[in-house]
Ligand binder design. Structure first.
Ligand SMILES: [Zn+2]
Length: 247
């Protein structure tokens, strides 16, 4: 079992307003709060970014990457971007190290309904919000290297550049992830329209963000390497899309 209060304490230590966007009522009569944090400078920033982790509870590097992003100095990025961060979408799964929710449902296949509490909470808080970019951090137990999925309404894909930057952290996974996703270059796949909107990233692409990335790290790597991979993908994407000629 992991300790969720450790996450809550790290969020409190940020001394930023933390929003509880909903509580998941799980067995054991416990409530699991889902937190959201906004990060913005006082000036108006042209682009807003959504960062999510822990949709699958047994993929802790995404939660850790979101927390480390919040804990570091983002002064430069805050000149261009505001951020909405939901570090752990599946707190019950995170604590119990399960991919699914307390009643064995994969949140990342649940965004087409409102029957799964975690997905419904996220959908409700998103409201009508539109983001320039969204990234969802995941992990893969079978992979030996990293890979990523990209969805972009204008199809101006930056995934190949992200993969090149991420290779400084570790190798690309040689296996096809087998999600029927078209391959752009080695380790970079398109978010396929056939997926519908059941998953968080395709749901965001359809309703809330013109550009999404799903970053996947191999669980076999050390935690710090996985976190570094997620943050390298994120930082490289922010560097690219902060260029007004490209975004
Ligand atoms: Zn996952």
């Amino acid at each position: 079992m992991r300790d969720y209060t450790e996450i809550t304490e790290r969020l409190i230590n940020l001394e930023l307003p933390i929003e509880c966007i909903g509580n998941v009522h799980a067995k054991e009569n416990l409530n699991w709060p889902i937190h959201q944090i906004h990060l913005a400078s006082s000036r108006d920033t042209p682009q807003s970014v959504l960062i999510t982790g822990g949709v699958h509870g047994d993929e802790p590097a995404g939660v850790e990457a979101a927390l480390q992003f919040l804990e570091r100095d983002n002064t430069e990025f805050l000149k261009q971007f505001s951020f909405t961060i939901i570090p752990c979408v599946n707190p019950y799964g995170y604590v119990h190290n399960t991919r699914e929710t307390h009643d064995d449902i994969d949140i990342n296949r649940s965004f087409e309904t409102d029957s799964v509490a975690e997905a419904a909470i996220v959908k409700k808080v998103l409201g009508q919000t539109q983001f320039s970019f969204a990234i969802d951090f995941h992990e893969d137990y079978d992979a030996t290297g990293f890979y990523l999925y990209e969805g972009r309404r204008d199809e101006k894909y930056i995934g190949p550049e992200l993969a090149t930057a991420a290779k400084a952290i570790g190798p690309v996974d040689p296996e096809d992830p087998g999600e029927d996703a078209p391959n752009l270059v080695e380790g970079v796949y398109k978010v396929a329209t056939e997926w519908g909107t059941q998953g968080l990233a395709p749901y965001l692409l359809h309703f809330h963000s013109k550009h999404v990335i799903i970053s996947e790290t191999p669980t076999v790597w050390q935690l710090e390497q996985r976190v570094a991979l997620h943050l390298t993908i994120l930082d490289t994407a922010l560097d690219i899309i902060s260029d007004p000629k490209i975004n």
